[in-house]
Design a protein around this ligand. Structure first.
Ligand code: ASP
Length: 462
């Protein structure tokens, strides 16, 4: 191994410290500093890294930089060989097993550490994913296709429309289930728009991601992937769903309906929650256990409806006390066609915004109200504020989640400029985006992860 590989990316003070203790990259070490002892794996550094720090991957999976000049000793306890690439494996074919298509769009589930820059980059092809999770072959015949390779903040209309069309083509070819690998950050946006763009699907459409990349010991990538593939292959739930880690243990995943799901924690693996309802089902490697009965069933026809209409000039305005009307005015001036407001409480904004909202109505801009509380309904008859706003043309959207209302409005305005028609589309539930009532136990129970909930849910886990 060249010096270059042995101390990959290190220079200056950091390099001389490593050399001093004969500590190569990928060594398991205890590093002693003035601040105490750190145990972990020495990671390579990027070409552009500074010369002062040694980067250690801690057992928790987090990476930290330790200042070289504060290091008093490095004790080497082991060494790993670097695997820069997981080999792509061809999936074995078993005619008795269902056919599942896995689309890759990017995100952490498709990521590994980039040893050049030290950053996590989308680099796993779906074939590589199979290479790392061979159990998938026990479930189905998996075909993979990389549609995109982006972190999910970069998903947009082009990718949503492309994904919807790709789903339609696969269903026409007779696939038994579809899995979409996706970054978790905006997975609920994509799940929502796919719920509108892809209707009447005869097969499960399952979105999956991971909160922790597969180079971390606590990664949820493999388990989520197995659960989602199992759901696509075997479940009778023909809905757009998100399949992610359920509780904090590894016992099961939860299937959330595409219009009722939201990422609720920035780093927990059990980050996705069903809002305003309960998850559709639990899934483990052996079986899928429905928690509800009102879902659409799998069919053997191919009568999916793909409608990729989309208007981009729509915005969400998250109201905060003391918001100034110029926020709304700038949307009017910039030719926005639709505004979704996430209002306080039952759906409120302050009075100074009223004239701007009136102007929006005069300019034929569609304005809809949702609630910041996420759970519960917009109710604009309770206070004067609500009634005033309805007079100004602001339309309440019951218990539609703000991001779902945003996506639905983009889709509705893509189909018509006639605000009555848009209203009809917005207020007609398509995939439980509006529900008649929220189950009283939904807010507290069936979400997984805390002992009371686990006890409750264990009654269903036979
Ligand atoms: N930033 C990533 C993404 O959404 C996070 C993830 O995949 O979990 O693409």
């Amino acid at each position: 191994m060249t010096d270059n590989d042995a101390y990959k990316g290190y220079k200056g003070e950091a390099l001389s410290t490593l050399k001093n203790f004969n500590a190569l990259v990928w060594s398991d070490v205890n590093i002693y500093t003035e601040q105490g002892k750190f145990t972990g794996l020495i990671l390579p550094r990027s070409e552009t890294a500074d010369p002062y720090h040694i980067v250690l991957k801690l057992r928790t999976g987090y990476n930290i930089g330790i200042e070289a000049k504060k290091i008093t000793n490095i004790e080497i306890t082991g060494r790993k060989e670097a695997h820069y690439k997981i080999p792509e494996k061809e999936f074995p074919y078993d005619p008795k097993k269902p056919r599942v298509k896995l689309f890759g769009t990017g995100g952490t589930i498709a990521s590994r550490l980039d040893y050049r820059t030290g950053a996590v980059i989308p680099a796993f092809s779906p074939g590589e994913l199979y290479g790392s999770v061979p159990e998938l072959a026990d479930i189905c015949n998996l075909e993979t296709e990389k549609l995109y390779g982006v972190f999910s903040e970069n998903m947009g209309p082009e990718q949503w429309i492309g994904t919807a069309k790709a789903i339609g083509e696969e269903i026409a070819k007779g696939v038994q289930g579809i899995v979409i690998g996706h970054g978790t950050d905006t997975m609920h946006h994509t799940a929502a728009i796919l719920s509108f763009m892809v209707q009447n699907s005869p097969v499960p459409i399952v979105m999956v991601g991971s909160q922790r990349s597969s180079d971390r010991p606590s990664s949820d990538a493999a388990l989520n992937l197995m659960h989602s593939v199992k759901t696509a292959a075997d479940s009778d739930i023909a809905e757009v769903m998100v399949c992610m880690f359920g509780p904090t243990s590894d016992m099961y995943g939860l299937l959330h309906q595409g219009t009722r799901v939201r990422k609720m924690h920035s780093s927990y693996r059990s980050t996705f929650r069903t809002i305003g309802d309960i998850p559709i089902a639990m899934v483990n490697r052996e079986k899928i256990t429905p928690l509800r009965t009102d879902y659409k069933r799998r069919r053997s026809d191919k009568d999916v409806i793909i409608n990729t209409a989309f208007e981009e000039r729509v915005s969400i305005v998250y109201y905060y006390p003391n918001m100034k009307p110029d926020i709304i005015e700038s949307l009017i001036e910039n030719d926005y066609k639709g505004i979704v407001i996430a209002g306080t409480g039952l759906g409120h904004v302050n009075k100074p915004l009223y004239p701007a909202l009136k102007k929006a109505k005069e300019k034929n801009i569609a304005v809809y109200m949702t609630v910041q509380t996420l759970w519960g309904y917009v109710q604009m008859y309770v206070y004067d504020t609500g009634r005033d706003m309805m007079e100004l043309g602001v339309v309440p959207t019951a218990n539609m989640l703000p991001e779902v209302a945003y996506m639905k409005l983009c889709w509705a305005l893509g189909q018509s400029n006639d605000l009555e028609k848009v209203n009809e589309i917005m207020l007609t539930p398509i995939a439980n985006d509006i529900t008649d009532r929220e189950p009283s136990n939904g807010y507290l129970i069936f979400q997984g992860g805390i002992p009371e909930v686990e006890e409750f849910i264990s009654r269903y886990r036979k």
